[in-house]
Design a protein around this ligand. Structure first.
Ligand SMILES: [Zn+2]
Length: 215
């Protein structure tokens, strides 16, 4: 017998269409994703050597090289990065809704994340969709939390001028060669740059040199 599904209101989010067991796990993962966003925002204010390295890796911002007007640009970029994490935190506090995707192939939908079995529609999103393959992938470690953080970056950028989410997918971290070639402007509008910037600062298992070896 299939487990019953419905709307589950958890501590961190509302889940629609999932089994209660999956909804509980998603709620836990959303809670951790919220912690990741909060901790990243705090770290950004600390200016530690880890922050300086991660800014260079994921946003191509080299704080040691800025001179004159360049420092103004850098300050603006860093303010903007902080504002994205701040928006993620406030969206979590406001209450997120996660909806189970159907059996159709949502990869063909605008806003689909090919590197992530989840998607956020590009225009005026009200919720984040998680596909069946997301649920079936299992919630080992913090995998779901990082995937939710990726979607949260798209979601945080909604209602930008023109109506589209301003944070898109220019390159996934797994596509390392392409990821390393992103310009600062592209990285500032790339969901995986926000996810992996946070990962480098917070996940002791993330080793930049090892992850990018061979490129
Ligand atoms: Zn994406």
């Amino acid at each position: 017998m299939a487990a019953s599904t419905g709307t589950y209101v958890g501590i961190n989010c509302k889940c629609e269409g999932f089994t209660q067991q999956d909804a509980l796990q998603i709620d836990l993962a959303a809670g951790r994703a919220k912690q990741f966003a909060t901790a990243t925002q705090q770290k950004l204010g600390s200016w530690g050597p880890d922050v300086i390295a991660a800014l260079k890796h994921h946003f191509k911002i080299d704080t040691s090289k800025a001179r004159g007007i360049g420092t103004v640009y850098q300050d603006n970029w860093i303010q903007y990065i902080a504002s994205v994490y701040r928006k993620m935190v406030s969206d979590f506090i406001g209450g997120m809704t996660y909806i189970l995707g159907g059996d159709w192939n949502p990869m063909t939908w605008p806003g689909a994340c090919s590197g992530n079995p989840a998607f956020t529609v590009r225009v005026n999103p009200k919720a984040i969709h998680l596909n069946r393959s997301f649920v079936q992938s299992g919630s080992s470690g913090n995998m779901w939390s990082w995937a939710l953080l990726h979607e949260q970056a798209h979601f945080a950028s909604r209602n930008s001028p023109g109506g589209f989410n301003s944070i898109a997918d220019y390159a996934y971290f797994d596509d390392t060669k392409k990821y390393l070639r992103l310009s600062t402007d592209q990285a500032l509008h790339n969901a995986d740059s926000f996810t992996n910037f946070a990962k480098e600062l917070l996940d002791p298992g993330f080793d930049w040199d090892r992850e990018t070896a061979g490129y």
